[in-house]
Each structure stands twice: as structure tokens, then as C-alpha cells.
Design a binder for this molecule. Structure first.
Ligand SMILES: *[C@@H]1O[C@H](CO)[C@@H](O)[C@H](O)[C@H]1NC(C)=O
Length: 471
């Protein structure tokens, strides 16, 4: 343009005055022409319609390096039954197109261009854990081109991915969900994925923006890159591990504490002395506990690993049932003690002798000692011996003295026999009482045994639970 004007000017013969004017005007025109600083011009000169549709490297042996970054925004959902996690992330990906470049000086200093174009090559990003192609991701169709050929693609992504859930420590569990980004087609010799920022930066970014959603709280995010081998081919991957922790307060308040209260109530009911009342009470508590179990069942996620909490509740239920059976047994035994039936020998040996010793039942021994001397005294031979002694003395007297005395002796004999009968009856009564006390002793020992078993097993299970949850 400048040249043209110069040419037309020079064709005329003119004064220096006119020359100055024409020079000035040519300069103005020059500036006006160069002031086409539009993106349009740059885009036209880049000629993207003919941009490379294959991997844009000048030597095919050079791998394209794809830089990846991810900021976790929120966990939308973690489905326990299907074991899938829905996450929402802000994703960044950058690579270099060796055929795109310009000098910013030629284009009024434009260094980057926002372009909505499908013309150039893009890496085929694939998320290995993805189970659904979700169309709910917001569509951001822009790419950033830098003058050195770098292409940046940043977009929000809604990812539905598998997540292997381990609910052993439920509700104090920490879950790990992985997101592996890589190319589906290109092997490691073509595309190499690199994380843009290291774990601490990724973690800090996520913590800064993470929007807490109902049940889950972000623990940390870590990133590492690796090569994934499959079917003899190697693929480059960048893997983000997301550690999330369940907010357990709801479960503690609605489930664990009420269950513990019920167990304590059941243990306390072991100290009700009236067995019938105790049985009624216990059945009510068991009912309440089974309602708790129903709620737990609805809350518990389906998984191949059983949660410790379920096992704990099961053991508590078993102990409750055991104590109910124990109460039934003791009430049966007290019933027996009112009808005068004998305690079977094997029960005597097993319960009164061995069990009593094992559970250190003190009262029992004191009573048994009291019982044994009475039974030892109670042989009729002793009585008979005394009788014969009296007979001997009577005979002696009879030989010495008169018939009056004989009458008195007869009377005395009768009295003696009466006394003997009373003695025998007393002994029999005592034996019966012994049997009664024996039955109630057996009942007490069984009751004590159940209580000790109950307490020790529940305490043990409690300790194991707390260990599992805190470690
Ligand atoms: C991981 O990425 C770094 C650069 O961030 C790179 O130097 C390293 O070779 C990569 N490792 C693998 C296994 O790809």
C-alpha cells in the first residue's frame, strides 16, 4: 500500500510542501493498515481447516506429552449398592501441536487464542474406571492456543466411575476412589501422560474448592503416573486417588448408641430377682433390639465384605437370646424346687461341684458344708445303738427291781419310740429342704454363669469393635 502511494506521488512533479503531506499521509495509512489486530486475522493465517488431523509431531518417533491436572470439586454421590461414585471435577489437559505457531510480534502481541474448533488433533482421553458415558457434563467447547503451539483444554467433568467400597469399618470407613486418565488407543510410545502438579498441590487445590456433600468428607487427593500393561501393550496413565471419609455422627447417634443402651438394659435386667418378670422384660428388650437390627439392615450398604457393626449386633442379639434361655432355665429350676423332686446326680456333679468352683460361687460351699454333717448324723444305726444301750440298762434294772418300775419302763420305751419317729421325720424334712435349696442353688449358679458369660463376651466384643474402629 505504502509503495503504491509512493509510486503515485512520485509520478507527479510536485513541491517539497506536497511531498511532506504525502509522506505523512502514507505513514498514517501504514499504521491504519497494521492496526488490524483482530483474532480473525490470526485465525485465518493459522489456516486451521488444514491443520493436522494426525498426531502433530515432526518426527513420528517423538511421543506427545499430555499434561493433566485435576481439581476435585465435589462427590455428588457414592452409591453403595452399585459401588459407583459420581464425582464432579475441573479438568485440565495440555499438549503441543508442532504445526501451530506464530510470532506475537506479527499479530499485535497476541499470545493466545480462544478457539472453538474441531479441526486440530486431540488426544483421546479415557477414564478407565468410567462406567457410564455421562452427558450431564457441562459443555465448554473452547480451546486455548498459545503461540508456541501449546493447546490447552480445560473443562468441568461429571464422572461416574466404579469405586471398590470396603465397608468393614462402617460407619467409620475411609473409601478410596481412583480415577485413571490415559489414552485408549495410543500406547506409551505415542502419548505420555504427565501430571501437571504434584500430590500436595492437587490436594491443596481440592481442599480449597471442595464442596462438602452430605455424607462424605474429603480426606486427601493424591496423584501419580504409571504405565499400565494390558495385552502386551503399555499405556501411560495418570491416576488420581481420592480418599473420602464418612461422616459418622448420624450413625453413632441413630444406631450405635441406642443399640448399646439396649444391651446395657438387657444386662441390667439380669439383676431382676423375679424370674418371670425378668423374662417379660427381656423379651421386650429383644423386640426393641430386633427393630434396631431392621433399621441397621436398611442403612447398611450391600457389599461383599460384611461390616463389623453387623457382626457386633449379631453377637449382641445372640447373647440376649442366650440370657433369655438362661432365664427360662432358672425359672424352670425354681419351679422344680417347689415340687419336691430330686436334683439329678449329673446335674449335682456338673453344676454344684465343677461349675460352682469355676465361677467362684462362695455361698454354695458354705451351705454344702452345713448339709453334709446333718446327713452324716442321720443314719438310723446310731439311733438303734442307743436303743440297745437303753435295753441293756433296762434289763439290769428289771432283774434288780419290781413290776412298777417295769410299767414306767414301758412308758419310757413308748416315748422313746415316739421321739425316734419325730427325729426321723425331722431328718426327712431336712433332706427335702436340702433338695429345695439344691435346686435353687443350681438355678443361682446357672444364672450367675449366664451373667458372667454375657458380660465378658459383650465387653470383649466392645473392645474389639473400638479397636477395629480406631485403628
Ligand atoms: C511420571 O511423570 C514424570 C514427570 O512428571 C516423568 O519424569 C516420569 O518419567 C513419569 N513416570 C512414568 C512411569 O511415566
Amino acid at each position: 500500500m505504502g509503495k503504491f502511494w509512493n509510486y503515485t506521488n512520485s509520478s507527479n512533479k510536485m513541491s517539497p510542501h506536497m511531498l511532506l503531506i504525502s509522506l505523512l499521509s502514507s505513514m498514517v495509512l501504514e499504521v491504519w493498515c497494521q492496526s488490524d489486530c483482530s483474532y480473525q486475522k490470526l485465525l485465518k493465517s493459522l489456516n486451521l481447516e488444514n491443520a493436522s488431523k494426525v498426531r502433530p509431531v515432526r518426527n513420528w518417533k517423538n511421543a506427545s506429552i499430555v499434561n493433566i491436572d485435576l481439581t476435585l470439586y465435589t462427590i455428588v454421590d457414592l452409591d453403595m449398592s452399585t459401588q459407583t461414585a459420581t464425582t464432579f471435577v475441573w479438568f485440565y489437559m495440555a499438549w503441543t501441536d508442532e504445526y501451530i505457531s506464530w510470532n506475537p510480534g506479527d499479530f499485535c502481541g497476541i499470545k493466545k487464542l480462544f478457539v472453538n474448533s474441531d479441526y486440530f488433533w486431540k488426544p483421546d482421553l479415557y477414564i478407565y474406571e468410567m462406567t457410564e458415558n455421562d452427558d450431564n457434563s457441562p459443555e465448554i467447547p473452547y480451546y486455548i492456543l498459545r503461540n508456541n503451539g501449546q493447546i490447552i483444554n480445560a473443562m468441568p467433568l461429571r464422572i461416574i466411575s466404579t469405586c471398590n467400597l470396603n465397608i468393614y469399618k462402617f460407619p467409620f470407613d475411609i473409601q478410596t476412589c481412583k480415577l485413571s486418565f490415559g489414552s485408549f488407543m495410543y500406547t506409551v510410545s505415542d502419548i505420555v501422560m504427565w501430571p501437571k502438579s504434584n500430590s500436595s498441590v492437587v490436594n491443596q487445590n481440592a481442599k480449597d474448592v471442595f464442596a462438602s456433600k452430605d455424607e462424605w468428607e474429603l480426606q486427601s487427593v493424591a496423584v501419580y503416573n504409571t504405565t499400565h500393561k494390558t495385552m502386551g501393550l503399555e499405556y501411560s496413565q495418570v491416576i488420581y486417588s481420592i480418599y473420602i471419609k464418612r461422616v459418622a455422627v448420624i450413625y453413632v447417634l441413630n444406631l450405635i448408641i441406642p443399640a448399646c443402651f439396649l444391651v446395657f438394659l438387657d444386662i441390667a435386667s439380669m439383676f431382676i430377682h423375679n424370674y418371670e418378670n425378668r423374662l417379660d422384660f427381656k423379651i421386650t428388650v429383644v423386640l426393641g433390639f430386633s427393630v434396631m437390627l431392621l433399621i441397621l439392615n436398611a442403612l447398611l450398604p450391600n457389599s461383599d465384605s460384611t461390616p463389623m457393626l453387623g457382626t457386633f449386633c449379631c453377637i449382641c442379639m445372640a447373647m440376649m437370646i442366650l440370657s433369655v434361655i438362661g432365664t427360662i432355665a432358672t425359672s424352670y429350676m425354681t419351679e422344680k424346687s417347689t415340687t419336691n423332686s430330686q436334683v439329678p446326680v449329673w446335674v449335682k456333679v456338673l453344676v454344684l461341684k465343677h461349675l460352682a468352683r469355676i465361677i467362684l460361687f462362695k455361698k454354695d460351699f458354705a451351705k454344702e458344708e452345713l448339709v453334709t454333717p446333718v446327713t452324716a448324723d442321720n443314719d438310723p444305726e446310731n439311733a438303734k445303738k442307743s436303743e440297745t444301750n437303753e435295753d441293756v440298762s433296762d434289763q439290769r434294772r428289771a432283774l434288780e427291781n419290781d413290776s412298777n418300775v417295769k410299767k414306767e419302763v414301758k412308758l419310757l420305751k413308748r416315748i422313746l419310740s415316739e421321739i425316734l419317729r419325730i427325729h426321723r421325720k425331722l431328718i426327712l424334712d431336712m433332706q427335702q429342704k436340702d433338695e429345695q435349696t439344691e435346686w435353687s442353688l443350681v438355678a443361682q449358679i446357672v444364672d450367675r454363669l449366664v451373667l458372667i458369660l454375657y458380660l465378658s463376651i459383650v465387653t470383649l466384643v466392645f473392645i474389639i469393635m473400638i479397636c477395629v474402629w480406631t485403628i
